[in-house]
Write a protein that binds this ligand. Sequence first.
Ligand code: ATP
Ligand code: MG
Length: 395
Amino acid sequence: MTLIGLAYNQKPEPTELTSPASEGGRQEDGELPRPDEEPPSKILDLSIAELIARDEFAEWDSPTTIAAVESALSRLGKVVRLEAKEDFPERLRQAKPDIVFNIAEGFHGVNREAHVPAICEFYGIPYSGSDPFTLSLCLDKARTKETLTFHGIPTPRFAVVEKIEDLKAVAGKFPFPLFVKPLHEGSSKGITDSSLCFDRSHFFRQTEFLLENYKQPVLIEEYLPGKEFTCAVLGNGAEATVLPIVGMNFDTLPKGALPIYSFDAKFVWDRPENPLDIFQCPARITRELQASIERVTLDAFRVLGCRDWARIDVRLDASGVPNVLEVNPLPGILPDPADNSCLPKAARAAGIGYEELIQNCLKYAAARQGVDLEHSLSRTSGAQGAPALAASGSA
Ligand SMILES: Nc1ncnc2c1ncn2[C@@H]1O[C@H](COP(=O)(O)OP(=O)(O)OP(=O)(O)O)[C@@H](O)[C@H]1O
Ligand SMILES: [Mg+2]
């Protein structure tokens, strides 16, 4: 039977949330200076420490997601959980799985998403998803945009600021409005309505806020005023397919909110008891627009070296041209259809259920690396009495 290692990082329980970060010195009350502006969240009256605490672990997976992935994978083999903590290399080496299913977002630093795949490569163990280089590249939004630009794929013009003294040089370079965000984050960490800057003083204050509190360079971009979409890709090479495009309806945001998919829109305003009906999938757009969005999505997937799956954010510029905002080679995969998780949503619209989505990703990874899943699949299915999975689902 195939042994499948499941590499993941699990979100701490809310009660655990204060300790790890405050150990790192970022969250002690009073330690962080309050900027002399209102906090970026306009809905919650949060201190800066609370604001950072609430997004510290936004990218890690919940116990529910990890269990759902484990359950899907268990149809294809025996699953061994490998939490990506300090002892991960040793546990991986001892477990010797035939393949690792990687959803670990990582712990530290700008290469954190690359750590698990790099360790797998070190031990010669096949794994799912993109390689360490692509994961690190896509976690640097500026380097990603350089690659896109080199290949002629539209993306907003940009600059990177590492220290506040650099701001003056950048300020005159592009017309307002400008959009500012941390260079190395996901899950809209550090992105609120205050990210959109209409004037120089706001631009300076917000950039300074991000530099001080997120301890990393700030990406400054032209603001794209058009419609937004997110596009899931499944597969590799000529088989890579864009699943039905997810369109965003920003009219569903609270009154006065800006038309952006901010941290508040993802995690504060969208609550189980009052869900935001923000997505339309498949997006109702012309065939022409659909084709051009799919084209930039697949082009971005390929030039960045993504594998097996990814989610790519696209927004239209003032002329209606699709631009790539950023690329997520480790996409969010919340299992509950009530949750606004775009890759599973797009898969459902294509008739691919959650388990099949996870299994397909593993099958694409196995096919690439010559891991014989089909063989183990028939044995596993027989042994567990589970119905055989459709052969057409494999790569
Ligand atoms: N240049 C821009 N112009 C207009 N809106 C932007 C721009 N950059 C970001 N946004 C808005 O901010 C949102 C979050 O930005 P981005 O996708 O870069 O963040 P992220 O944290 O990487 O997101 P994810 O949760 O997809 O990982 C976008 O979905 C979009 O609504
Ligand atoms: Mg995004």
